[in-house]
Design a protein around this ligand. Structure first.
Ligand code: F6P
Length: 326
């Protein structure tokens, strides 16, 4: 889809769960746009803020000292109204009222569905993948995943230390309601004995119990299970495992600490490039695109096409994780 007219004002918002690196993306959008002589408006609290007309002008100084900060300076929200046709019409009308003729939406698939609607209603719109879950099919990288997975990995290393000292089994629950990438990566990086993924709901607790018993006989001093949020039930699982194996078992739910913190170098750099690219695409007359990273290159896709793509946990990586845990 080509943009309908020359862009003069760019709006930017963050939507859905926050992710470290979103500020780097906002900063890049603001400074690239200002560098091209465009005006920039920040929309606070995602699509909900757009509905509420919570819109501010952004200058180069407003994004100073933000690249290293976690969270999102624009704040974020989930917005039910944006799922309705009336809400989408209202959002497009508000963009027009504020002269926003180009919009950058930083978020996940749910946010892109809103971005697509706005593009169809004549607002030139570009999506940037922002989620710690890595579950956007058109891209191998999403803003925030690198920081979140490193945060979780460091926490799990610490849990392993105390687990070994006490000869315990530890169940560590990481985020990921529908996607197991955080769990899989931590499983490999932390050398976990088991990884439970939302994509594989039929995990076998009996087999885990037998494995723990066999490991204890071999003199193994700890047993780490990474459990994705989508499976959940970690506290009860710990009780069942302790009862069946006699090995003391503790559950730790890492929770929202995985979403915060200063972004890693990778998240700062990739988010900056994607933010700048979003503005470049808009000024080249493009709309209805999602920026992604594939095969070593920054690329862009039609939003509808991107939303239609599928991504699953690669079987080969999961098998490797299992083999390395032996
Ligand atoms: O940002 C993605 C995510 O962290 C998921 O992994 C998780 O299930 C969800 O957000 C939780 O979001 P919240 O607690 O903010 O509703």
């Amino acid at each position: 889809m080509a943009a309908k007219k020359e862009i003069r004002t760019i709006g930017v918002l963050t939507s859905g769960g926050d992710a470290p690196g979103m500020n780097a993306a906002i900063r890049a959008v603001v400074r690239t746009a200002l560098g091209k002589g465009l005006k920039v408006r920040g929309i606070r609290k995602g699509f909900q803020g757009l509905m509420d007309e919570d819109i501010i002008d952004l200058s180069a100084r407003d994004v100073s000292d933000t690249i290293q900060r976690g969270g999102t300076i624009l704040q974020t929200a989930r917005c039910e109204e944006m799922r309705t046709e009336e809400g989408q019409q209202k959002a497009a009308a508000i963009c027009k009222k504020y002269g926003i003729d180009g919009l950058v939406v930083i978020g996940g698939d749910g946010s892109f569905a809103g971005a697509l609607k706005l593009a169809e209603l004549g607002i030139n719109t570009i999506g940037l993948p922002g989620t710690i879950d890595l579950d956007i099919a058109c891209t191998e990288y999403t803003i925030g995943f690198d920081t979140a997975v490193n945060t979780a990995m460091e926490a799990i290393d610490k849990i392993r230390d105390t687990s070994t000292s006490h000869e315990r089994c530890s169940i560590v629950e990481v985020m990921g309601r529908d996607a197991g990438y955080l769990a899989l990566w931590c499983g490999i990086a932390n050398g976990a004995e088991r990884i439970l993924l939302p994509e594989e709901h039929d995990y076998n607790e009996k087999a885990i119990i037998e494995d723990i018993q066999a490991c204890r006989k071999r003199g193994k001093k700890n047993y780490i299970i990474i459990n994705a949020e989508g499976i959940g039930d970690s506290i009860n699982m710990a009780k069942r495992i302790e009862e069946a194996t006699g090995m003391e078992t503790r559950a730790t739910i890492l929770g929202h600490m995985q979403r915060g913190g200063s972004p890693t170098c990778k998240d700062r750099v990739y988010a900056s490039i994607m933010g700048a690219m979003a503005v470049d695409l808009l000024s080249e007359g493009k709309t209805n695109r999602v920026v992604g990273y594939r095969h070593g290159e920054y690329v862009d896709f039609d939003i509808k096409e991107a939303l239609g793509m599928n991504k699953g946990i690669p079987d080969y990586q999961y098998e490797i994780a299992r083999e390395l845990a032996l």
